[in-house]
Design a binder for this molecule. Structure first.
Ligand SMILES: [Fe+2]
Length: 291
């Protein structure tokens, strides 16, 4: 039987999951999180350490560290976990497109093999084995072009394709994002059996309820505030586009991308051994003469 142990990072509202087969003890982690304090530049590994501890005490063997997409709101601990296990990192083949879109913002030209910074690149329909259980990859683009969902043992891990029903869906305004695609991806998820458990990558609970990380297909299909039987694709796209126009740049966008796009590895050391996160400056003031 497949079991799921959820972990929650309060700083970024991220759900991260240890998924395991309770017979073979084979395990994988979905959407690992590294905490980054912007003001001090300090990285903290607490959540990943808790997951490694859980794996140890439960006598599990970590095989895969899977990303649902290149996250823009938190840093991934995939490389850290890989260093502390025998596990291989997994991400969509679409990561190459996202690397292309962002690379010049960081003055980091993409070479062909940079997708190889992740161990396994997956596409729609690909499978991975966890003990005797098959994990199936579903391409669910829309929030980002590289978004995938992972389906195993009656559970689906949807990344930012869906949120809890009262929160709705994620933004589609990042480069390569597409509200039409997101709508279609959600239809695929909502076509799964009613009782399939949907695990979200984030929860931003509205006032009056506590953090919740899962729902099921039946509830999501009928009650999601953005995608339900009363809303058609055109209405969804209009709503999503309008809403996206009001959203701010995510607080951790630049730090997150500079790690997550390149195998979750830290930026290279510069002279003196220091590593840096870059923030591209935007100078809209024409009268300011820069050198
Ligand atoms: Fe995301």
């Amino acid at each position: 039987m497949i079991k799921v142990e959820p972990f929650y990072d309060e700083n970024t509202g991220t759900g991260s999951y240890v998924v395991y087969d309770d017979t073979s003890r084979a395990a994988l982690i979905i959407d690992a999180v590294l905490h980054f304090d912007v003001a001090s530049g300090r990285l903290e590994f607490d959540l990943a350490k808790q997951q490694l501890q859980f794996i140890k005490t439960q006598n599990l063997q970590l095989h895969y560290i899977c990303e649902t997409h290149a996250h823009a709101d938190h840093l991934s601990a995939a490389a850290y976990l890989r260093q502390h296990s025998q596990a291989r990192t997994v991400i969509s083949e679409g990561i190459g497109e996202v690397q292309q879109q962002f690379s010049m913002r960081f003055n980091k030209p993409v070479t062909e093999d940079q997708t190889q910074l992740y161990d396994i690149l997956v596409n729609d329909g690909d499978t991975l084995m966890l003990g005797k259980h098959t994990l199936k990859v579903m391409a669910t683009p829309g929030h980002t072009p590289d978004s995938v969902s992972y389906l195993i043992g009656g559970h689906i891990f949807v990344g930012d394709t869906l949120f809890m029903p009262d929160v709705g869906t994620a933004r589609c305004d990042f480069p390569g994002g597409d509200a039409h695609q997101l709508y279609q991806s959600i239809q695929r998820i909502h076509a799964l059996p009613d009782e399939t458990r949907i695990w979200v990558c984030h929860d931003y609970p509205l006032a009056g309820r506590s953090v919740q990380l899962y729902t099921n297909v039946k509830i999501s299909r009928n009650e999601n505030v953005h995608v339900n039987p009363t809303i058609n694709e055109a209405e969804f796209v209009a709503l999503r586009t309008q809403r996206d126009a009001t959203l701010k740049v995510p607080r951790l966008l630049y730090p997150a991308l500079q790690v997550n796009l390149w195998g979750a590895l830290l930026p290279d050391q510069e002279a003196g051994g220091q590593r840096f996160i870059k923030i591209p400056l935007i100078v809209d003031e024409d009268s300011y003469v820069t050198q």
